[in-house]
Design a protein around this ligand. Sequence first.
Ligand code: SAH
Length: 262
Amino acid sequence: MDKQFDKIRVVLVNTSHPGNIGAAARAIKNMSLGRLYLVAPKDFPADRAVWRAANAADILDRAVVVETLDEAIADCGLVVGTSARDRTIPWPLLNPRECGEKVWHEATEHEVALVFGREDRGLTNEELHKCTYHVHIPANPEYSSLNLAAAVQVLTYEVRMAALAEKQGAYPVKTQWDVPPAKVKELELYYEHMEQALVDLGFHDRANPRQTMTRLRRLFNRIRPDSMELSIMRGVLTAIQNAVFKFKTATDQDDIGGSKVD
Ligand code: SAH
């Protein structure tokens, strides 16, 4: 059971108030989790974080501080982003209970991240689009934004409930997949490759991107390709790029030939 808890990390992005970091550490430890990642915190380490952490200061001592969200989630196979409100493009959504169950189950297979946003602005759309799923705590629609540490408490509580339910044999055995799902880092490289191939193909214009890449990200997020499927797709993209290159070279030579005739 403990091994699964060790595979789950809570990621706090750009937190302003160190008190919230301390309170989140306490919430995490209360629920038997232990790993905290801080993406560019405004004020950390800080005494106020230690005070609010009470006896969970060990979680703060072990917290991993990184500069970007990419670094915090690169090796994860499942990333759940939290949102206090609706966003422009809808994303696959979990409720907190489903989130707890999914996080708990997938932690048998790979690293899992629960990502929380800034106190004033939450997560940016770009950050949310790096997540496999979004989760929303269905609070009072008139006043739906929880304190950051309170949101951490609710979602880590659901993970613990899922863990306890499994202990009581509440879940059926699930399919064992043959290849692990692609990690965030592999997916990011894939999206970069795909964008370049679509530019080469003349399908996509970086100067006028519209929502193309966001929608394609969402498509592949929904499919959740495994590492093998992703490397096949990378091979397909390379083949497309090679064909485009050959076609362009042949057309250029025709042009040169044509001008000679002139
Ligand atoms: N004003 C911000 C809310 C920030 S609250 C906004 O409109 O997005 C700080 C963080 O707490 C959020 O980024 C999210 O991680 C978490 N949070 C707060 N309320 C939540 C809710 N109802 N559901 C899920 N996460 C929530």
